[in-house]
Structure formats: C-alpha cells, structure tokens
Design a protein around this ligand. Structure first.
Ligand SMILES: O=C(O)CCC(=O)C(=O)O
Ligand SMILES: [Fe+2]
Length: 319
C-alpha cells in the first residue's frame, strides 16, 4: 500500500496494522518509512488499519449531527472557553481576504484526572448539552471514548514520527506527549450558497497549530491541500473510516522542517451538509518547542511554549 516516489507530492494511503501488530518487525519499518516520507513531502497521508472501531466513529458522527440539529439558542448557551464547547458559525477567520469560515463547531477537550476544575487555558472543564437535549449515552460517553481512542492513536503516530527522525532518540517527543492539550472538534459545514464568490470558504487556507491532526471525514469531498511547488490544490478524497493525518506548525518548527506543515482548506461544494471530526494533538502546555537540530547551536527561532503558541494562534484567528 501507499506506493510513493521520494520527494513527490502525494497524499498516500498507509496501513498501520503491521506496525501495531509488531512494531519492531521489518514490515513495521516499512510503515515507519512511508509515514516519514509522507510527512517530509506533502505533510499529509490517509491512515487505515488503525484499529479505531468503525462503530465508534459512527457514534461520533451521530453525536455531531444530533448536536448541530439543536436550535441556535440552545447551541449558543453551550459556548465555552477557547477550545471548549460550541463555536458559533462565522467566528473564525482563517484566511485573510476571505469571508469568515462557513462552519460551526463543538470542541471536546482532554479530560485529565486531577485537573477537573482547572482554570488554565485549554485545561478548563468541558461543556456538555443537558440530558434532555442529547442524552449523555449518545453524546458525552461516546465522545469521551472516541477522544481516548484518538489520543492513544495520535501518541502511537508520534512514536512512529520520532522513530523516523534519524539520529534522535525515540523518546524525543515524550515531554510534549505528557498530559497534552488534545481536542476533538466536531465540524458542520452547511452547503455553500450557489455562487461564484471566491471569498466563500468552509475553512479558509491555513496550517494547523499543533503537532499532528487526525481528521475523520464523512463521504463529502471538500478538503484540499496546497502543493506549493505547482501552486495547485489537491483534493483529499474521503475514504470510509480512514484518518487524514497531517503535520502541524509546532512539529514543523521542532523538526526544522523535516516534517512539513502544509496549507489546506475546505470548500464544501457537495451541495449538502458536510461533517468532519478533526482531533488535534497540541501538546503539554509547559513543553518548550525549539528546533531539534539547533540543540547545540544559536537559536534562529526563539523557543516558545505550547501554551504561548496556542494562545497566540487562537487570538489571531477568532473574532
Ligand atoms: O474539516 C476538514 O476537513 C478540515 C478541518 C481543518 O482543517 C481544521 O479544523 O483544522
Ligand atoms: Fe486544519
């Protein structure tokens, strides 16, 4: 699976099952190399053989649909701190020169034992609909279970990526992965109005803030990745149950560009509603990011913490 030529821009499909079965086998080495190459070129790949049950993915989509069909008044009451609860349509501007993103969202953050009543940014308690709005058995429970499964999968991918960084220890990202900020984001894209207006976007062109994103798409196309060399958009065609995995800015800076954070956007021209569920691994708030290769040299990039980075990126893109 996932054939590729070194250096070319593709979004390959990579099967993780051999790595999960036997991480030290030769077949697993091939998987590590495919993932390394994808992250070093387009910065994107589709992941299958990941062991997240299809039924759990479907429960997460059902939760999203139930939530977005609540009344606007109900949804507005479920707004929370940044990275928590309802995100009103038109509040995020990701691309200068375009209209606000034509999408609404709902964030579920990482619930960490002992930090239940934290007031720190990105650590605040989650916001949940009332039982009469959507029963917990159809929302909170499956979403926390899904969050747990994706957190586990994202940490496995970080280990694969650490292994792919030749010359560095496989624990190189360990501090980042300890009690990380990690958010699930339910997204709903209403159909774009029938118009040639080029300022309309579902999600404006952007790069992701964190280390890696694991995105579950429904069957509606819309996600596009920019091939910078040709300046052309590449459609990431949905594959049922697969995760679109991509590198975010923190990992790009950290690896000195060895893993690339690539510009992408969503234009929902499907004519129908599109639902997607990205999971963002953003890292431990206290972890300092600095280019690895410069560990012994003068810094070209001023080191920053995960928390500083997240706060500035949120502030820059939300109204
Ligand atoms: O909805 C999608 O397909 C992509 C969303 C995305 O790029 C993001 O939330 O960062
Ligand atoms: Fe993104």
């Amino acid at each position: 699976m996932g054939s590729y030529e070194e250096g070319t821009f593709t979004v390959p499909t990579i099967d993780l099952s051999e790595y999960l079965r036997q991480p030290n086998s030769e077949c697993a080495e091939d998987v590590i190399e495919q993932i390394r190459n994808a992250c070093a070129t387009s910065g994107f790949f589709q992941l299958v053989g990941h062991n997240v049950p299809g039924a759990l993915q479907q429960e997460a989509f059902a939760a999203a649909k139930a939530f977005f069909s609540l009344s606007d008044a109900d949804k507005h009451k479920l707004r929370g701190k940044p990275g928590r609860g309802y995100e009103v349509i038109g509040t995020q501007f990701l691309e200068p020169g375009k209209q606000a993103d034509l999408k609404e969202g709902f964030f579920v953050g990482h619930e960490i034992a002992g930090l239940e009543s934290s007031t720190l940014p990105f650590r605040e308690p989650n916001v949940w609909p009332h039982e009469e709005q959507i029963p917990g058995s159809q929302f909170k429970e499956p979403l926390l279970k899904y969050h747990g499964a994706l957190l586990q999968l994202s940490l496995i991918i970080m280990r694969v990526l650490a292994t792919g960084m030749k010359g560095f220890d496989t624990t190189v990202f360990a501090d980042f992965c300890h009690e990380p900020i990690a958010s699930l984001r339910l997204l709903h894209y209403p159909p774009h109005p029938d118009s040639d207006d080029e300022t309309l976007v579902g999600t404006g062109a952007h790069t992701d803030f964190g280390a890696i994103t694991l995105l579950l798409q429904d069957d509606k196309s819309g996600l596009q990745v920019l091939n910078q060399a040709s300046n052309k958009w590449f459609d990431v065609v949905p594959q049922k149950g697969a995760y679109v995995v991509n590198v975010g800015d923190m990992l790009d800076v950290w690896t000195g560009g060895a893993y690339k954070s690539t510009v992408h956007r969503v234009i929902n021209k499907s004519g129908g509603d599109r639902y997607s569920i990205p999971f963002f691994l953003d890292g431990n708030p206290d972890c300092t990011i600095r280019p690895l290769a410069e560990e012994t040299g003068p810094w070209k990039i001023k080191p920053f913490t995960v928390q500083e980075h997240m706060m500035s990126r949120y502030a820059a893109s939300y109204t």
